[in-house]
Design a protein around this ligand. Structure first.
Ligand SMILES: Cc1cc2nc3c(=O)[nH]c(=O)nc-3n(C[C@H](O)[C@H](O)[C@H](O)COP(=O)(O)OP(=O)(O)OC[C@H]3O[C@@H](n4cnc5c(N)ncnc54)[C@H](O)[C@@H]3O)c2cc1C
Length: 354
C-alpha cells in the first residue's frame, strides 16, 4: 500500500537544487525512500482550470504544487481587460484581477506555486520511464524536477494570430479572438470576422446579433466549415463575404479599430473596409508540446479524455480547460472542468490507499 501524505512534501522543492531531485542512479532502496516524499498532486498551469483544480485539491488537504508557467502565468485572461460573463461579478471584473483572486484563493487552501514552465514529463507508465510505479516526474525549464502521484494538466491553448500590422496594437481595442467574450461591445457597428472554418462561421453568425453588419473575410473561395453552417450563414441577410481575400493591415486611432486593409489574392486589388472590430477565428494551438507523446492527443493536438471525465490515457493523469476543450473555450467552462479534474484526481488518490 502506498502511504499518502498531506504534507505537500515535494521532492523538487522550491529552493532545493535540481540534483537533489534526480532519482536516476539512486539505489532501489533510496528510490523507495524518495517515493514517501512524493507529492500527492501537481497541477500544471495557472489559468481558471489550474487554479480551480488547486483550490479543490487544497481544500481536500492535498496541498498541490501549481507549476504556473513563466511566460503567461494566470493564463489567457491576464491579456484581457473587462470580463463581463464570469458569474459573481455583476459589474464585470478585470481579467488580471480575477486571476489574482484565484491565485490567492488557491494559496489560502495550501497550494504552493512555482513560476516555471514544464519542459518534459515522465508519467512512470512505460518501459522508457525511469520508474514504472506510476509516479509522475515533471521537469521544468530551470532544471528542477517535481514528482507526484496525480497530475492535473491545464496548459490551455494559444490563439493563432494574423501577424499583420495593427493586430497587436489594437488587440483588446477592436481586435478580438473571442466572439462570445467581446461581441457584446460592438452593438450596432460593422464587424469583420476572419477565417473559413466552423469557428469563423459560428462566430460570424453569433456576431450578427450585435453588429449592424458582419463581413466574413476568407483567403479562399471555398470553406472548411460544415455545409449546414455555410448554408445558414449565406441565408443570413446581415452577413456578407469577401472571398479570396486576406487582411493586410488593421487601421485605427485612439478609439480603436476603424478599418481593415484587404488584399484580393487573385486580383491583388486592395480595399479599405470600414469596421469597428476584427474577430480573428483562424484556430487555436493547444499547449501540449511538452508532453512529447506521453499522452493520447486528438488530430488537432488536444488531450483526449475518457468520456465526460477528465481522465487521460495515462492512469493518474487528468486534464482540464482549453487544452482539452476545442469547443467552449470560456473561463467558466475551464474552471468547471478544473473542478472535475480535481475531483477525479481525489478519487484516484483515494483508490491508491484502498
Ligand atoms: C483576449 C481573450 C479574452 C478572453 N475573454 C474572455 C471572457 O471575457 N470571458 C471568458 O469566459 N473567457 C474569455 N476568454 C477565454 C478564456 O480566457 C479561456 O477560455 C480560459 O482562460 C481557459 O482557461 P485554461 O485554464 O484552460 O487555460 P489558460 O487560461 O490558457 O491557462 C493556461 C495556463 O497554462 C500555463 N502553461 C502553459 N504551458 C505551460 C508549461 N509548459 N508549463 C507550465 N505552465 C504552462 C500558462 O502559463 C497558463 O497559466 C478570453 C480569451 C482571450 C485570449
Amino acid at each position: 500500500m502506498i502511504e499518502l501524505k498531506n504534507s505537500g512534501n515535494l521532492i523538487g522543492s522550491v529552493g532545493l537544487p535540481a540534483e537533489v531531485n534526480d532519482t536516476k542512479g539512486m539505489s532501489e532502496a533510496k528510490q523507495e525512500d524518495a517515493v514517501h516524499d512524493v507529492r500527492d498532486a501537481i497541477v500544471i498551469g495557472s489559468g481558471p482550470a489550474g487554479y480551480t483544480a488547486a483550490i479543490y485539491l487544497g481544500r481536500a488537504g492535498y496541498r498541490p504544487l501549481v507549476i504556473a508557467g513563466a511566460l503567461a502565468p494566470g493564463g489567457q485572461l491576464v491579456n484581457t481587460t473587462e470580463v463581463e460573463n464570469y458569474p459573481g461579478f455583476p459589474d464585470g471584473v478585470q481579467g488580471p484581477d480575477l486571476m489574482d483572486a484565484m491565485q490567492k484563493q488557491a494559496e489560502k487552501f495550501g497550494a504552493q506555486i512555482v513560476w516555471d514552465d514544464v519542459v518534459s514529463v515522465d508519467l512512470g507508465t512505460d518501459g522508457e520511464s525511469s520508474r514504472t510505479d506510476g509516479i509522475k516526474t515533471v521537469t521544468c525549464d530551470q532544471g528542477a524536477t517535481y514528482r507526484s502521484r496525480a497530475l492535473v494538466i491545464t496548459t490551455g491553448s494559444t490563439v493563432r494570430k494574423l501577424g499583420v500590422p495593427g493586430e497587436r496594437e489594437f488587440a483588446g481595442r477592436g481586435v478580438s479572438y473571442c466572439a462570445t467574450c467581446d461581441g457584446f461591445f460592438f452593438r450596432n457597428k460593422p464587424i469583420v470576422v476572419v477565417g473559413g472554418g466552423d469557428s469563423a462561421f459560428t462566430d460570424a453568425e453569433f456576431l450578427t446579433r450585435f453588429g449592424s453588419s458582419v463581413t466574413l473575410i476568407h483567403r479562399r473561395d471555398e470553406f472548411r466549415a460544415t455545409k449546414i453552417l455555410v448554408d445558414r450563414a449565406q441565408a443570413n441577410p446581415k452577413l456578407s463575404f469577401m472571398l479570396d481575400s486576406v487582411v493586410e493591415q488593421v487601421n485605427g486611432g485612439d478609439d480603436g479599430v476603424q478599418s481593415v486593409t484587404v488584399r484580393n489574392v487573385k486580383t491583388t486589388e486592395m480595399t479599405t473596409l470600414p469596421t469597428s472590430s476584427v474577430f480573428v477565428a483562424i484556430g487555436y494551438t493547444p499547449t501540449t508540446g511538452f508532453l512529447n507523446g506521453a499522452l493520447q492527443l486528438d488530430k488537432q493536438g488536444y488531450i483526449v479524455v475518457d468520456g465526460s471525465s477528465t481522465r487521460t490515457s495515462a492512469p493518474g493523469v487528468f486534464a482540464a480547460g482549453d487544452v482539452v476543450d476545442s469547443v467552449y473555450r470560456q473561463a467558466v467552462s475551464a474552471a468547471g472542468m478544473g473542478c472535475r479534474a480535481a475531483l477525479d484526481a481525489q478519487d484516484y488518490l483515494t483508490e491508491l490507499v484502498r
